[in-house]
Design a protein around this ligand. Sequence first.
Ligand SMILES: NC(=O)c1ccc[n+]([C@@H]2O[C@H](COP(=O)([O-])OP(=O)(O)OC[C@H]3O[C@@H](n4cnc5c(N)ncnc54)[C@H](OP(=O)(O)O)[C@@H]3O)[C@@H](O)[C@H]2O)c1
Length: 242
Amino acid sequence: MRILITGATSGIGRALSLDYHRQGHELWAVGRNRAALAELESRGIHVCRLDLRQREESLAWFSRLHDQGLGLDLAILNAGTCEYLDLPVFDSALVSRVMRANLDSMAVSIEGVLPLLRRGTRPQLVGVGSSAAYLPLPRAEAYGASKAAVAYLLESLRLDLYREGIAVSLVCPGFVQTPLTDRNDFPMPCRVSTARASRIIRRGIGRRQAEIHFPWRFTLLLKLGALLPGGWWCRLAQRMIS
Ligand SMILES: NC(=O)c1ccc[n+]([C@@H]2O[C@H](COP(=O)([O-])OP(=O)(O)OC[C@H]3O[C@@H](n4cnc5c(N)ncnc54)[C@H](OP(=O)(O)O)[C@@H]3O)[C@@H](O)[C@H]2O)c1
């Protein structure tokens, strides 16, 4: 397969890139970290240093790939970040930053990869959201909102791309051990390794699953929690965080 992965320089994206490369697939890795990109390149992976928040520059790179005649069979749009709000200050700049990194970058990436996927064989578009979008979590106003928006974006796109034969999958991880979660200062139940996350995501992609969520014990609890009336969940959450 010809595979493009964003956020390939670290964590989940890096594990996916190395695993697919080991299996003999041709990879295009997108990220910002020069050293990490050079290391991927030394393994024979095509790399591109892009800040996906920069729309024009990013679309110009995708369009160069298109002009070169490239087609993609799989695009995994995984680049993202996480920042938490700390009240009493409600920092709207933080909200904008997170929306830009998670939602706007995803939209730019979709615009860039769609023409390439239209040339692919059994093409598949995969976006990484988060199980945080299943129900409201404390301090996750910005992150959860960005991932809820990503989920809606992809689920809506799935309907519109169906007739073209482009499958759309949404990945909703629980906690995965990466530099992103290493920064967290709270307990992270059921945190899994990047190796395990990569295995589960690749299996779900192979099955063309609409939604890939894991670890299932954790994500199932969140899905059940989301069925509670808002007031009940609020009171339960107070007990859990106090
Ligand atoms: N880890 C978890 O527990 C967890 C749980 C749920 C969802 N997720 C989601 O999974 C995805 C990967 O997270 P991770 O844990 O693997 O985090 P990570 O180790 O911090 O990796 C994030 C990746 O995204 C790239 N990236 C971020 N902003 C970018 C931008 N503006 N332009 C280009 N690349 C950018 C980073 O590139 P550089 O490092 O090169 O800047 C890096 O490769 C994210 O979307 C995250 O929200 C993670």
